[in-house]
Write a protein that binds this ligand. Structure first.
Ligand code: DP6
Length: 325
């Protein structure tokens, strides 16, 4: 009972920000992302009869503490679905996600874990069913089950059965690229989980954020369909700024931005003034992702590398959904 799966991380162009159910991980709004080929996790799960608990190794290192607990709780959920409550596994994950690049490895991590564990248990699942399970490990991870442009439908039902990811366009629909801009300075981080909770509970701006989503989504999907880069970039950038604005209204207020974050944002705007279409988006951290088209790759990379405080720029293309090795 052993399987290996590979899943890529994803970057949200329309952000998931806020839960309506914290234990089932049901979001307040639909979100839309691009799966990235450059950053991924490979996970092998092997169930063994003689084990009394799961063992989890990340990059060959045994993991204990809260990270282990989160993984083993998620394994309990999968064991529940499989109706095999007392069979434990050795889990080996290799992260090809530079944590320094500000990508939460939780998206690729939980997607690869869900895929490998369910395959090892011989559960024959549709992508929709797999994405519903993955969602309960980490919300954004449910989008990594599929490749290309992916929408996570928030659903309406209380049991979460209609909250899963669907593909909007496959990776070969459009060669749109993402540069992950790595910053030197570190800040104490408010995790996305804690940050969105505080925002939902205390920010007076939060309801306006939720209200703005349907219009953004409709427009961005139309623009993806006809490959209108400027509209996609403009909506993604505005959506990111609106998400980050909600954190300033929270109590206590907080921001994920650092001075270099703002310098990168300004440089991206300057590139546009010079006729290079490039747009930024930012998740729950100081690092910036820049979206651009292949013909501008050399110029975009060179420009981003000149910003003081930027230590690396990692380029990525549209990636595939989960695969089994
Ligand atoms: C800002 O998926 O990490 O990256 O569901 O609590 O695990 P949990 O949160 P997570 O949140 C991601 C938030 C975001 C936006 C996004 O990816 O859509």
């Amino acid at each position: 009972m052993k399987a290996t799966a590979k899943a890529h991380t994803n970057i949200a162009l329309i952000k998931y920000w806020g839960k309506r159910d914290e234990s089932l991980i049901l979001p307040m709004n639909n979100s839309l992302s691009l799966t990235l080929d450059g950053f991924y996790t490979t996970t092998t799960v092997e169930f063994r009869d003689n084990l009394k608990a799961d063992q989890f190794y990340l990059n060959d290192k045994p993991i204990t503490g809260p990270e282990y607990t989160r993984v083993t709780k998620f394994m309990d959920l999968i064991r529940g679905y499989a109706e095999k409550p007392s069979i434990y596994a050795v889990i080996q994950s290799i992260n090809h996600v530079p944590t320094a690049a500000g990508f939460a490895s939780s998206a690729s991590g939980f997607a690869a874990l869900a895929a490998a564990a369910t395959r090892a248990l011989e559960m024959d699942l549709s992508n929709q069913a797999l994405s519903r399970i993955t969602r309960q490990g980490s919300g954004s991870a449910c989008r990594s089950i599929l490749g290309g442009f992916v929408e996570w439908e928030q659903g309406e039902k209380e049991d979460g059965s209609d909250s899963y990811a669907v593909q909007v366009a496959p990776p070969d629909h459009w060669d749109i690229r993402v540069a992950a801009v790595v910053l030197s300075s570190k800040m104490k981080k408010v995790s996305s989980r804690k940050g969105m909770k505080r925002t939902v509970e205390t920010s007076p701006f939060y309801s306006s954020w939720v209200d703005s989503i349907p219009h953004d989504l409709k427009q961005i999907k139309e623009a993806i369909h006809v490959r209108d880069f400027e509209t996609v970039g403009r909506i993604a950038e505005a959506n990111c700024l609106r998400m980050h604005a909600t954190t300033l209204g929270a109590n206590p207020p907080f921001t994920y931005w650092h001075d270099t974050t703002m310098a990168v944002m300004q440089t991206v705007k300057d590139m546009r003034d010079k006729g290079i279409p490039a747009y930024f988006t930012i998740d729950a951290g100081p690092n910036v992702k820049v979206i651009y088209l292949p013909e501008n790759e050399a110029e975009v990379e060179k420009t981003l590398r000149t910003i003081p405080g930027v230590t690396d720029v990692r380029l990525s293309r549209s990636g595939q959904g989960v695969t089994y090795l």
